[in-house]
Every structure is written in structure tokens, then in C-alpha cells.
Design a protein around this ligand. Structure first.
Ligand code: VGL
Ligand code: ZN
Length: 195
């Protein structure tokens, strides 16, 4: 972690946590580790970026319209809100993805801020070339984000104590971690980040 690093928190939203529409088992249990990473990056004045799944009511991402998922993270609903235990600082950059009716947009590199800027553009503006990635879900949005980062020549470290997967098939999350490593990602833990 150096001055060209940023923290990327993927989709720590109510619908991906227990009680939500597409709950990841124990998804909320990563939040203390995510908060620890936030404290670490904040104390060093490094950027903190949070993506959110932000779907329209009708999208080919949902099973009623040809996709595989139950409706979740519908724009501006309680389910789409960040989990209340997540301690995002006021200067965190918020990026929304999955906003179109015909895209899954698993990768945070498809997300945009409220001015329409995409993640790669924002990272270039900030001079960031290394991302520390955490959040939900390991086997979908975290994995696709990490794999796409390599295409943009952004180095990735995955914080393994701060991710959790859907595991539609048992072992999917474990497989995802191996795929991320194969694509060049390094592994670390939020617990080991500097205070
Ligand atoms: C996600 C499934 C559907 C994710 C988003 O954030 O990983 N997973 N939509
Ligand atoms: Zn989604």
C-alpha cells in the first residue's frame, strides 16, 4: 500500500446481507474487516471508493426478465442502501452499476459516479494504480472487478477476510479466489493493514 493505492468496497448493501433479497450467507460478518480497511486508508489520506448494485425494476439481470437473480438492489430502495454498519466516510466516492435494463454489470469497472465518470477514469485522475478490493460477492462482482482491473493495468490486492460469496454451487467462492490469483491478484487481510 503506497500513495498510489485506493480501497474499493464492492456492494456492501442490505440486499446482499442476511434478511436481504439476495442474501449472501454471513455477508454482514465481513463489515468489521471492511471498516478496519476504511480506517486504514482514511488515516493515510488514501481514496475510498464504494460501488453499489443499482438496478431498475425491470432488467434482464432479474429472473422475471430472462436473468438468474431475484429482484435486488432496486434503485433508491432500502435494499439498495449500504448496510448501516458500514462506516463510509463522507468523502467516499460512490459509484453505481447495473443501472441499465440489459446489462448484468458485475464489474465495478462498469460503474459510474453521479457525473457519469467510470472507475478507470476516476482512478487515472487520482493517480491510483493499485486497488485493495473487498466486499460482496466474492464469486460475482468482486471476481469480475478484480479480473477486469488487470485489463486496465491496475494492480489488485484482495482482502480475504473482507469478502464473502454467494456460492450458488458449493466451492464457487474458493474457485473465484483461485481465478483472481491466476489473473494476477495478490491476497492480504484487512487485519494486517497498517492502523
Ligand atoms: C451481485 C449477483 C447479482 C454482486 C450483483 O454484487 O456480486 N451478485 N448482482
Ligand atoms: Zn445485481
Amino acid at each position: 500500500m503506497d500513495k498510489h493505492s485506493a480501497l474499493l468496497i464492492v456492494d456492501v448493501q442490505n440486499d446482499f446481507c442476511p434478511g436481504g433479497a439476495l442474501a449472501v450467507a454471513q455477508g454482514d460478518q465481513i463489515i468489521p474487516a471492511v471498516n478496519r480497511a476504511i480506517t486504514s486508508f482514511s488515516s493515510q489520506g488514501l481514496p475510498i471508493i464504494a460501488s453499489r448494485d443499482w438496478h431498475p425494476e425491470k432488467t434482464s439481470h432479474f429472473r422475471d426478465y430472462g436473468g438468474i437473480w431475484p429482484p435486488h438492489c432496486i434503485q433508491a430502495t432500502a435494499g439498495a442502501a449500504f448496510h448501516p454498519a458500514l462506516k463510509l466516510p463522507p468523502n467516499a466516492l460512490i459509484l453505481s452499476k447495473g443501472t441499465e435494463a440489459d446489462h448484468d454489470d458485475y464489474s465495478a469497472f462498469h460503474a459510474r459516479d453521479d457525473q457519469g465518470r467510470m472507475l478507470a477514469e476516476i482512478l487515472a485522475d487520482l493517480g491510483v494504480n493499485a486497488l485493495y478490493v473487498c466486499g460482496l460477492a466474492t464469486d460475482y462482482c468482486v471476481k469480475e472487478t478484480v479480473r477486469e482491473a488487470q485489463r486496465y493495468r491496475v494492480a489488485v490486492t484482495v482482502l480475504t477476510d473482507a469478502i464473502k460469496g454467494v456460492d450458488l454451487k458449493p466451492g464457487d467462492s474458493e474457485k473465484a479466489v483461485h481465478e483472481m490469483m491466476a489473473s494476477g491478484a495478490k491476497l492480504a487481510t484487512a487485519a494486517d493493514l497498517p492502523e
